[in-house]
Design a protein around this ligand. Structure first.
Ligand code: ADP
Length: 275
């Protein structure tokens, strides 16, 4: 009995020793895995930072040539007497201003934590906001023989971050042009109400697959398609639009157009007080 109990104790001690060894091994393994995870995490942070730095550098470096183009276009505009040529020079100016705003928007988005920007509220009339974009993109519509019609219920002022909402409208009109066949039609229906602003961009284009109506607004999870005339697609335009609309505490979406094409829309609060 004594022998058996001593054997039992030895066995228990041996098992505890074995368990300890296994625990030590697992601990060592976990420690290693932890180190690897930590270093992978650090590498990812470095890669993200590098990407942000590259985008920031690129956006920043694009500012100078765009500013120069705008400067020379201003000079040419003032020197030119021919009305027709003046109109085209004005298009160059408007597009360059649009590019500058775009670049500034990218720089704004690249805050310390990647997506940190502040809204700068200013007043603008709804008609001015829409016509700026329509004029800037008119040449693209003309190239495809597409007509753009604008309907606005009243011309009240909006209090918004002008370059950002301008960018949203530009992206939606540019897409409507891009995904509509030659000779098509785009209707912009806008309504300024007491507390919000609603705008629809209805095109007679290729339309949207109903199962994609959410995914197309995301940065990943979507396929980007070239336009009906082979125009390039980056797959970022709607994501930028959604980011800026959400920053205004608004909503953005798309539904199929009744006949053909799509109806992209957004609603944002406008911060107007009752007159
Ligand atoms: P991009 O800037 O490259 O056009 P977007 O994020 O703006 O990318 O659009 C993403 C995708 O959504 C496009 O590749 C296209 O498939 C689809 N899309 C966007 N606008 C329209 C539209 N008006 N009609 C049909 N498809 C559209």
């Amino acid at each position: 009995l004594i022998l058996m109990s001593s054997l039992y104790r030895h066995n228990k001690a041996f098992n505890a020793f074995k368990n300890n060894l296994e625990l030590e091994k697992s601990n060592e393994y976990l420690g290693k895995a932890n180190d690897e995870l930590y270093s992978a995490h650090n590498d990812l942070i470095k890669i993200y930072k590098l990407k942000d730095d590259l985008v920031a550098m690129l956006s920043h470096d694009l500012r100078s040539p765009f500013t120069a183009i705008k400067g020379y276009a201003d000079i040419l505009y003032n020197l030119e007497k021919d009305k027709n040529k003046k109109k085209y020079i004005n298009h160059i100016r408007a597009s360059t201003i649009h590019q500058l705003e775009y670049v500034d928007g990218m720089l704004d988005m690249l805050g310390e934590d990647g997506m940190n920007f502040q809204l700068n509220y200013e007043k603008i009339s709804a008609s001015e906001l829409i016509s700026r974009s329509v004029k800037g993109l008119d040449v693209l519509a003309k190239n495809k023989n597409i007509t753009i019609m604008v309907f606005l219920n009243n011309d009240n002022e909006l209090s918004i971050d002008i370059p950002k909402i301008h960018q949203v409208i530009n992206n939606l009109i540019a897409n409507a042009i891009k995904y509509t066949n030659k000779g098509g039609k785009i209707t912009i229906n806008a309504e300024v109400r007491e507390h919000d602003f609603e705008i629809h961009f209805i095109d007679s284009g290729i339309g949207i697959d109903e199962k994609n109506t959410e995914a197309i607004f995301e940065k990943q999870e979507k396929e980007a398609h070239n336009g009906t005339d082979g125009e390039k697609s980056s797959g970022l335009g709607l994501w930028i639009a959604k980011t800026f609309v959400k920053a205004h505490k608004g909503t953005i979406g798309v539904k199929p157009n009744e006949n053909k094409g799509s109806d992209f829309w957004f609603i944002i609060p406008v911060g107007r007080k009752k007159a």
